[in-house]
Design a protein around this ligand. Structure first.
Ligand SMILES: C[S@@+](CC[C@H](N)C(=O)[O-])C[C@H]1O[C@@H](n2cnc3c(N)ncnc32)[C@H](O)[C@@H]1O
Length: 277
């Protein structure tokens, strides 16, 4: 599988990294004049960069096809769809399949509807009114009991990218049960985590410092920022495995990310592939 460099999004924001990112953005703008770009100040969900927005979409499009079996007939549910970084590559790709993005930020749902649904009505975005300490502290429903507005047994693929990295255990347990509910039998789940492996040697050699250290210990997880747990959350591999087991989803593969500075990786975050059993 093609490996996309994660350097520009994983490196620390030094002056050199910023200059490299700006140059990459100019290149992306000139090279892809028809792409709809969210305004840079609006890119709240990661590095404020057109280059990263595009790289990220292309990479996950490949992962969806190669790791989750995406075809033009697939029904896809995207939990926490943000500004459509992983949705835009599906424009014009789905034939009989449909895509639904669920997102608690209204501004993101609006942007995606205006810029993505308008180009391809097979891709739709819906607002979900849930609380997240980092993204939507004003949300009214608790994510540990919320029901996703997605049809039972409809989806071939469910993805939650860079979403469980901002959620707490009871919320993830609930969402994994919801994923199982909406998946077809044998359907695939592609989610990302910042995860600590049970066997650290599996990661191989390290070539740069870790992007996060997760110094603050909580009951069953660790966090990077003491004042907001949901800013970035880290789980142990065995805890993730037991959450999946409890939800009736089998983990079929783990692709470790580059965020710890390891030389071998697929993308920046750890990608966990699951299958409804
Ligand atoms: C880092 S962004 C990732 C967005 C998108 N998945 C991507 O990869 O570009 C995390 C997203 O998860 C959303 N989110 C946070 N808590 C959520 C929840 N309980 N349910 C659904 N989405 C949530 C946030 O609003 C935010 O848009």
């Amino acid at each position: 599988m093609k490996r996309y460099s994660t350097f520009l999004e994983s490196s620390r924001p030094t002056t050199m990294a910023r200059v490299a990112l700006r140059a990459a953005d100019v290149y992306a703008t000139l090279r892809h004049p028809r792409q709809a770009w969210p305004p840079l100040p609006m890119m709240y969900e990661g590095t404020k960069s057109r280059w990263v927005y595009r790289r990220n979409g292309m990479a996950y499009f490949d992962y969806l096809r190669e790791l989750a079996g995406l075809t033009p007939a697939s029904n896809v549910l995207d939990i926490g769809s943000g500004l459509g970084r992983k949705s835009w590559p599906l424009i014009g790709f789905l034939e009989t399949g449909e895509y639904l993005g669920i997102e608690p930020r209204r501004d993101a749902v609006q942007w995606c509807t205006r810029n993505i649904t308008r180009q391809d009505p097979r891709l739709r975005f819906e607002h979900i009114d849930v609380r997240n300490g980092y993204y939507t502290p004003q949300g009214s429903r608790d994510a540990s009991t919320a029901t996703l507005s997605a049809e039972t047994g409809k989806y071939d693929i469910v993805m939650a990218n860079s979403v469980f990295t901002h959620m707490l255990p009871a919320e993830i347990n609930n969402y994994l049960r919801e994923c199982r509910r909406v998946l077809v039998p044998g359907g695939r789940l592609l989610c990302t985590f910042f995860m600590t492996p049970d066997e650290p040697s599996i990661l191989g050699p390290t070539v740069s410092p870790a992007r996060y250290q997760f110094p603050h210990h909580r009951d069953g997880y660790r966090v990077q920022h003491d004042n907001c747990d949901e800013h970035v959350v880290n789980y142990d591999e065995h805890d993730v495995r037991s959450m999946y087991d409890n939800a009736g989803i089998k983990i079929t593969d783990i692709h470790w990310g580059s965020w710890r500075g390891n030389k071998e990786f697929l993308d920046f975050q750890d990608i966990v592939i699951g299958e409804k059993i």
